[in-house]
Design a protein around this ligand. Structure first.
Ligand code: NAD
Ligand code: WQD
Length: 344
């Protein structure tokens, strides 16, 4: 019998790619999502890729009774991957209470319910945002957590602390905290990908929409940083590679392959790429030009950050394999698919 995994936020960008990899690895996936930032058609995309339809429950994770009903309905859930959260940094500054409620209460509900149903562990979606601007690069998991620059970033720090405190109090489950760097790209089939609502705030969707002619030009936020070409540096990681790390983390957790009840891993490539290098790589990989101009710095931006993925590579046993060019080409194929479907 296949093992049941509950994937909150499984209709979202990273959750949908992870559901594909979980199903391909033989898990039975139950998605719990309120569709606040996703489209139900994603389920069809997952089904077309894997040949298997995941269970889908339209539910707000803040609804404790509703979540409990899911654990009752699907007896024997072994693990949870908790993606469900609000994630727009700028919006979190405007609506902090919404972010604290959505991101914290949903986690509390899940942690309270897990022991009642014998769930073995939780994989939590954290972020490199917890490091702020690191003093040492590449940044490893022992680097200090810096004061958060936004309510969104703060929710990730607080959620990590909540899980830590709970495990240290002797909670009967395990936890793996995954700190993502910058996930980009789409499934190679172009059946699923990132679906930003409104004007994208993140670089890749803005770039692909500009390449498509939806936006006149991409603004490069600053070329006067202390980096080789003056633009900011990030560690861009393929969403498919990222998704695969969740399957490995889940196996590690439910099979108790570690002596530690809680572990933290950076998920990045270990390579820093500047905004200008990224534009160049996209044009090389796709043959499509990206009109762009240099503008002033964006408030709150980190100058440069990239991962030391040693722990993920050597302890978790996961390494990012996709090349930047292939990942950017997948992002473009997804944008083309959105156009074909008349979505964007
Ligand atoms: P996403 O918005 O595409 O997916 C999140 C999903 O959760 C959406 O389908 C949304 O409808 C759902 N959701 C939100 N609140 C919910 C609630 N209360 N109940 C039920 N469903 C709810 O985001 P994503 O990019 O896939 O991010 C997934 C997770 O990874 C988030 O926790 C995010 O903070 C984290 N993360 C993302 C990035 C990134 O750059 N994308 C980087 C680091 C960490
Ligand atoms: C990447 C680079 C911009 C848009 C954010 C969150 C972080 C994490 C990932 C969840 C930066 C530059 C961008 C544009 C640009 N999410 N840029 N023109 O800022 O690294 O991280 O998403 O945890 O918490 O803060 O990602 O994609 O917004 O920006 O020049 O139109 O692209 O300045 O250097 P960021 P991003």
């Amino acid at each position: 019998m296949s093992k049941k995994i509950l994937v909150t936020g499984g209709a979202g960008y990273i959750g949908s790619h992870t559901t594909v990899e979980l199903q391909n690895a033989g898990y039975e996936v139950i998605i719990a999502d309120n569709l606040s930032n996703s489209d139900p058609q994603v389920i069809d995309g997952i089904t077309r890729i894997t040949g298997k339809k995941p269970h889908f429950e339209l539910i707000d994770c803040n609804d404790r009774a509703g979540m409990q009903a899911i654990f009752e309905k699907y007896q024997g859930i072994e693990g949870i991957i908790h993606f469900a959260a609000s994630k727009a940094v700028g919006e979190s500054v405007q609506k902090p209470l919404l972010y604290y409620r959505n991101n914290l209460v949903s986690l509390l509900n899940i942690l309270e319910l897990m022991p009642l149903y014998g769930v073995k562990g939780i994989v939590f979606s954290s972020s490199c945002t917890v490091y702020g601007q690191p003093d040492i690069l590449p940044v490893d998991e022992n680097a200090p957590i810096k004061p958060a620059l936004s309510p969104y970033g703060n929710t990730k720090q607080i959620c990590e602390e909540i899980i830590n405190d709970s495990i240290h109090s002797g909670a009967p489950y395990r936890a793996i905290l995954l700190r993502y760097f910058n996930p980009i790209g789409a499934h190679p089939s172009a059946e699923i990908g990132e679906l930003p609502l409104g004007v994208p705030q993140n670089l890749i969707p803005y770039l692909t929409q500009t390449a498509m002619g939806i936006r006149p030009e991409l603004s490069v936020f600053g070329n006067d940083y202390n980096t080789p070409d003056g633009s900011c540096i990030r560690d861009y990681i393929s969403v498919v590679d990222l998704a695969k790390a969740h399957v490995i983390a889940m196996q590690r957790m439910i099979n108790k392959l570690s002596d530690n009840a809680i572990e933290t891993f950076n998920l990045g490539t270990g390579r820093g790429v500047s905004v200008l290098e990224l534009i160049e790589a996209f044009e090389r990989a796709t043959g499509v030009k990206v009109p762009h101009k240099i503008v002033g710095r964006r408030e709150g931006d980190i100058e440069q950050v990239w991962a030391n993925p040693y722990r993920a590579n050597n302890i978790l046993g996961w390494t990012a394999h996709e090349t930047l060019d292939d990942t950017l080409a997948s992002a473009w194929r997804w944008q083309v698919r959105l156009r074909e479907r008349g979505i964007m």
